[in-house]
Write a protein that binds this ligand. Structure first.
Ligand SMILES: [Zn+2]
Length: 300
């Protein structure tokens, strides 16, 4: 009986202390479940986020247009050479290969020419300007100033008109325009430039015979090694700087830029990055001519 009572007591009348322990255990189990539920929730949310961002990235890569690919004319790279009879600039200074950056500005003179000259001055740099003949008389003071400050007044045709310059396939109009412009510069500033840059570059519109005609008329012709694409990036000076930064690596760089507002904005940073990479700024020197055309044509 006693045993039965004890057993009954065990089952029926639970001592208060034991009852609290069980309640604690139930609470613990409940908390445990809540924590597990929370952990599952966190895992679920993390998973969804991961999948969502993964999808977004994937969708972007599918929907977004591909980045602008820059078509570099293959002939323009690695074709630059020093003409055998040209007076070479010293390639080394104190045992180090000199790195030279030729800054060039096309399509001037413009309202921006003097601003460009101000920035160049701050960096003790000079540049080669390839100017359009029919704009010369709109900014004569700027043309005089650039020569005075050691920059080079290069030629870039009278009209910059593709049809007029190239469509016939003959060099006649091209040479005529450059001769006319050369005379204009001579009359304006008393200096006769011989270096030209063909509008739109020399390749592919200028063939071997055409190049021979340009040389026979007494001109030299420069294209470029680095295209800043500045003309195509209005309001985006950061991209112009990035483009130049990515492209420059040669010991001699001829950097194509244009007289545009965004170029004025980008120029201080471009000059700074070139300085930081050890480049010296050079201006075209007729007495130390070297070949920088896409065809590597040593006549030019
Ligand atoms: Zn141009």
């Amino acid at each position: 009986m006693r045993v039965q009572q004890e057993r009954a007591g065990e089952r029926g009348s639970i001592p208060p202390s034991t009852s609290r322990t069980k309640t604690h255990k139930r609470r613990k189990i409940r908390y445990g479940r809540v924590i597990i539920a929370l952990m599952l929730l966190v895992l679920f949310v993390t998973g969804i986020t991961y999948v969502f961002f993964g999808m977004t990235h994937w969708i972007k890569s599918v929907v977004a247009p591909p980045p602008i690919t820059v078509i570099e004319q293959p002939a323009k790279l690695g074709m630059i050479q020093v003409t055998p009879d040209a007076k070479e600039e010293p390639a080394r200074f104190q045992g180090q290969v000199r790195k030279l950056a030729y800054i060039t500005f096309d399509d001037g003179p413009t309202e921006y020419t003097e601003q460009l000259l101000d920035i160049l001055k701050q960096h003790e740099a000079k540049a080669t300007f390839f100017m359009i003949g029919r704009q010369l008389n709109q900014h004569p003071e700027a043309v005089k100033r650039l020569l005075k400050e050691g920059s080079y007044p290069g030629l870039h045709s009278m009209t910059h008109n593709y049809k007029k310059l190239y469509k016939s396939g003959s060099s006649a109009n091209f040479v005529k325009e450059f001769k006319k412009e050369q005379k204009m510069v001579q009359d304006l500033i008393g200096f006769t430039p011989h270096l030209i840059r063909a509008p739109y570059g020399s390749s592919p519109q200028i063939g071997e015979k055409f190049r021979g005609d340009i040389a026979a008329a007494g001109f030299k012709m420069w294209d470029w090694t680095t295209d800043s694409l500045d003309w195509n990036l209005p309001g985006q000076p950061d991209k112009i700087v990035a483009r130049v930064s990515k492209s420059v690596h040669r010991d001699k760089e001829v950097i194509l830029m244009h007289e545009r507002e965004q170029t004025v904005q980008a120029l201080p940073r471009i000059l700074k990055l070139l300085e930081d990479r050890g480049y010296e700024f050079e201006v075209y020197d007729p007495d130390a001519h070297w070949v920088a055309n896409f065809s590597g044509d040593t006549r030019l």
